[in-house]
Design a protein around this ligand. Sequence first.
Ligand SMILES: NC(=O)c1ccc[n+]([C@@H]2O[C@H](COP(=O)([O-])OP(=O)(O)OC[C@H]3O[C@@H](n4cnc5c(N)ncnc54)[C@H](O)[C@@H]3O)[C@@H](O)[C@H]2O)c1
Length: 255
Amino acid sequence: MGKLEGKAAIVTGAASGFGRETAVLFANEGARVVVIDRDKKGGISVADEIRKGGGEAVFVEADVSKRKDAKRAVEAAVDGFGKIDVLFNNAGILGPRGVYTEDFPEEEADRLIGVNFMGVFLCTKYALHFMVKSKNGSIITTGSDSAYLGNRGLSVYSATKGAVIAFSRVVAMEYAKKGIRANTISPGAGQTPMHAQLIEHDKEAWKKVEEGIPLGRACYPTDVAHAALFFASDDSKYITGANLMVDGGWTVRGL
Ligand SMILES: NC(=O)c1ccc[n+]([C@@H]2O[C@H](COP(=O)([O-])OP(=O)(O)OC[C@H]3O[C@@H](n4cnc5c(N)ncnc54)[C@H](O)[C@@H]3O)[C@@H](O)[C@H]2O)c1
């Protein structure tokens, strides 16, 4: 028996990186998975991979920052699988890197807030409508180590990640008595397409990042996928309102 046997799970940003790995792991653990992404090609390929492996998956093309899309995506999960047991709010963007606040383009700030915060708010809000009825649900959101650090040039990104961690904590309290849990996962520097530019074109800088991490390497998609599996499954049934750092010790490294 898989850890998610009989459960229906939504994974946003599932076409790539952490989300892709998590969608596949959830399916391998028995969940029926709704793959949500604005990247059609990537999303279809993940759903195909899951089905080829004997799992169940549907892909819904959606931009989570758009109200209609987020609502449609969540409703598609209920139409397809009759329920939502797990929502993994993982879609996110980094935005411009290294641009200090006074020069940060306002439209980029709007975009970051739209995807990284509003996307989480909208999917959570719509999923809650169904979870409250079934008195069951685990909502997991991807935060970031950036929420806890003064990463220069990432002020707006970091703020959106702080926002979703605070948001999730309140949702956890609002719905604890209704059988719904909410937790966040905060990865450190991840080896995913989000950092492709750095990994591929600035190998020295990437090497330095990895050397600075106490456990000696970047965060792999599988590290986040296993943390998400923990929060999605009954293994974490007594845990809500928590944030789990998945950063190889980066935020507590000290001297
Ligand atoms: N990679 C890292 O170092 C790192 C560290 C901490 C937190 N995170 C967070 O992890 C999450 C996943 O990042 P990743 O590294 O796997 O990146 P990624 O770029 O590999 O994957 C992100 C996915 O989200 C999708 N997406 C983006 N905007 C969307 C939208 N509006 N609607 C629907 N889908 C959308 C993209 O198409 C992509 O498939 C993000 O929330 C990111 O902020 C990443």
